[in-house]
Design a protein around this ligand. Structure first.
Ligand code: SOE
Length: 389
């Protein structure tokens, strides 16, 4: 069978992780990559073993052999490039946030639907095996009615004033930083798990480090600061390091979450607790194999991921016997497997249900981010305007 051919735009932190996940599928081939210059593209293509290198992504969009393009560029390029990918007639996988605001993401969703392309957004945390299992258990009523959802997404890679990355600059990363970058994952994951949409928010945002020392050389996401960096310039920071947000779900149930990129010791800790009318559950991305389940009238339980103990609806997401741990790269691989299987099976994005996050989810996420920013500015509850039915 002929493989599905793919091109990747952008090879910073996330692009190579897409490539690795795709390569594990077997029926998809990464045939090209595009970077900001021919020299950079050649270097990355050699490093990653990819046959075609493009110094201009528009040339790659014209390659008729490529069916799918991944947009792994910095945030400010997502809207324009996603649009061009769709107009070139290619299926698209975009990194989050889908665009810079919900007007743009609305336009992208409409365009993708009009052109009939398969559209995906890399909300990878919903693809963890234990998250899929928890969703199935909640849907089966094991926890009763979900009343409360609370948690946080904490990182420490921007803790010091000398930590710098393109995500801090609003013109590149967007008006919101911590909320759009990691709050978006938290909201997507809990909406997926509970099956309920967030419809209203009340937010408090803060920039803990208002002036940073920007190294004169480029620093990658999660890039440790080289001890050789001696030259810095002072830059004022206008994007949030921290946010706490009260949320209301569509059925009136309540939630709250905190995001921070300045929490020492927390590397990539997306966690949430669900309190239902029968039982509770807690999951933490840094220990993804564990699902805690809390009860009032019997001892609490810790379920270690094991296909033999999973709900039938979630077995597809776990690939090894218990104790053979699966984590972040495996969740990403699940996302890619589901997306490419949809294409391989010739499914229709307008009619068939996708088991991965689509541009619709990306748009909902942008609408939540917009509402959070507005709520913080106006210090009041704001409705999420995603034109949801
Ligand atoms: C940086 O905060 C980042 O790489 C996010 O952009 C990703 O979406 C998240 O998965 C890990 O952290």
């Amino acid at each position: 069978m002929k493989k599905i051919n793919v091109g990747i735009i952008g090879t910073g932190f996330i692009g190579p992780t897409h490539i690795e996940a795709i390569r594990r599928l077997g029926f998809v081939e990464v045939v090209g990559l595009a970077e900001t210059s021919q020299e950079q593209a050649d270097r990355k293509a050699a490093e990653l073993g990819i046959p075609k290198a493009y110094g201009n992504y528009r040339e790659m969009l014209q390659n008729p052999e490529i069916q799918v393009i991944h947009n792994c560029t910095p945030n400010h390029l997502h809207f324009t490039i996603n649009k061009e990918i769709i107009l070139a007639g290619k299926h698209v996988v975009s990194e989050k946030p889908l665009a810079m605001n919900s007007m743009e993401s609305d336009e992208l969703l409409a365009l993708a639907q009009k052109q009939g392309v398969v559209h995906g957004v890399n909300f990878n945390y919903r693809q963890h095996a234990s998250v899929q299992n928890l969703r199935a258990k909640i849907a089966n009523g094991d926890f009763g009615k979900v009343n409360l959802v609370h948690g946080s997404y904490l990182q420490d890679w921007l803790l010091y004033e000398t930590d710098y990355n393109w995500r801090l600059a609003p013109e590149v990363g967007g008006k919101s930083r911590a909320v759009a970058d990691i709050g978006s994952h938290w909201c997507d994951t809990v909406q997926f798990v509970t099956g309920k949409k967030i419809v209203e928010v009340f937010a408090d945002l803060a920039t803990v480090i208002p002036v940073r020392k920007k190294p004169k050389a480029n620093v990658a996401t999660f890039g440790a600061q080289s001890t050789e960096v001696t030259e810095y310039e002072d830059v004022p920071i206008n994007t949030e390091d921290y946010a706490s947000v009260l949320v209301r779900f569509e059925d009136g149930s309540r939630g709250v979450f905190t995001v921070s990129q300045v929490s020492a010791g927390r590397k990539n800790r997306l966690s949430f607790e669900i309190n239902g009318s029968k039982s509770s559950a807690f999951w933490n991305q840094e220990e993804p194999e564990k699902l805690w389940m809390g009860h009032r009238d019997k001892p609490n339980e810790m379920l270690l991921a094991d296909p033999a103990l999973f709900s039938p609806e979630a077995k597809h997401a776990i690939h090894h016997p218990g104790g053979h741990n699966e984590g972040w790269p495996d969740a990403l691989k699940n996302m890619m497997f589901n997306y490419y299987t949809f294409i391989r099976e010739g499914k229709d994005p307008l009619k068939d249900k996708a088991n991965f996050a689509t541009f619709e989810d990306g748009h909902i996420s942008m609408a939540i981010t917009d509402a959070i920013l507005e709520s913080h500015e106006q210090q009041k509850w704001v409705k999420v305007q995603a034109n949801q039915e």
